[in-house]
Design a protein around this ligand. Structure first.
Ligand code: GDP
Ligand code: MG
Length: 174
């Protein structure tokens, strides 16, 4: 069996305001690193990582949104084939949480209605700067039938779990 073989292939797209840590989450998961400074940009459209879940090879094609979030210009083509969306906000940035309904409208408009969405509150290593209490985010996610997880791309907290939980959910729904 070659390493190219897989049982499932899923496309995962990260969305959310600029600066919340989407690129850092992808790089932490796919490359095991936290990029220094502000320069987290990946010069490619997507990154691939294959994980094994209950003996099955699950190939994850992970799409980052580089800069487009500023212009709300992520178009239908970007969402269309996504199996899952990681809607990310920054727990230290109230504004990034308040924009979530706007993102949900985009999802409703552009994503296919089978899409699995997980809400992620990133930067939990900055607990002393927290602006969004956990319960508020949990209630919001539950009301929208989204999974919820808090992560730190910096400390590698829950990042592996984020993608593995998502892969499990996608297999369940496949
Ligand atoms: P993006 O615009 O959503 O892709 O956000 P980036 O991944 O480029 O991250 C924006 C800024 O937040 C950068 O300065 C990162 O170093 C920082 N950052 C990202 N994730 C974390 C995290 O988990 N903890 C902390 N403390 N900073 C983070
Ligand atoms: Mg980015």
């Amino acid at each position: 069996m070659s390493t190219e073989d897989y049982d499932y292939l899923f496309k995962i797209v990260l969305i959310g305001n600029a600066g919340v840590g989407k690129t850092c989450l992808v790089r932490r998961f796919t490359q095991g690193l936290f990029p220094p400074g502000q320069g987290a940009t990946i010069g490619v459209d997507f990154m691939i990582k294959t994980v094994e879940i209950k003996g099955e090879k699950v190939k994850l094609q992970i799409w980052d949104t580089a800069g487009q979030e500023r212009f709300r210009s992520i178009t239908q083509s970007y969402y269309r084939s996504a199996n899952a969306l990681i809607l990310t906000y920054d727990i230290t940035c109230e504004d990034s949480f308040r924009c979530l309904p706007e993102w949900l409208r985009e999802i409703e408009q552009y994503a296919n209605n089978q899409v699995v969405t997980i809400l992620v509150g990133n930067k939990i290593d900055l607990a002393d700067k927290r602006e969004v209490v956990r319960q508020r985010a949990e209630e919001f996610a539950e009301a929208q039938s989204m999974l919820y997880l808090e992560t730190s791309a910096k400390e590698s907290d829950n990042v592996e779990k984020l993608f593995l939980d998502l892969a499990c959910e996608l297999i369940r729904e496949a």
